[in-house]
Ligand binder design. Structure first.
Ligand SMILES: [Cu+2]
Length: 88
């Protein structure tokens, strides 16, 4: 059981779709993610940020890659916080 999001699954995150090379992307590091459900929570919240075209989350490294034009760093950090995690 995941102690962070309290889910009962240890399902690994699904592989993300390919990121367009032309789009701007930036990386964040998210602390606290420990299972695929954590990854899904972060991905869902961040994908709703204005301008975001795709979201890639690597559970092992905690790396969050956001792709899209004119995406606000603060908005991404807020979305991660809403999901229950923290950008470090
Ligand atoms: Cu979890």
């Amino acid at each position: 059981m995941c102690q962070t999001c309290q889910c009962q699954t240890d399902t690994q995150p699904s592989t993300s779709s390919a990121v367009p090379v032309s789009a701007a992307s930036r990386d964040f590091t998210v602390s606290g993610m420990t299972c695929g459900h954590c990854v899904t929570s972060v991905r869902e919240e961040v994908s709703e940020v204005a301008g975001v075209e795709s979201v890639d989350v690597d559970l092992t490294s905690g790396r969050l890659t956001v792709t899209g034009e004119n995406v606000s760093d603060d908005a991404v950090k807020t979305a991660v916080a809403v999901a229950g995690y923290e950008v470090v």
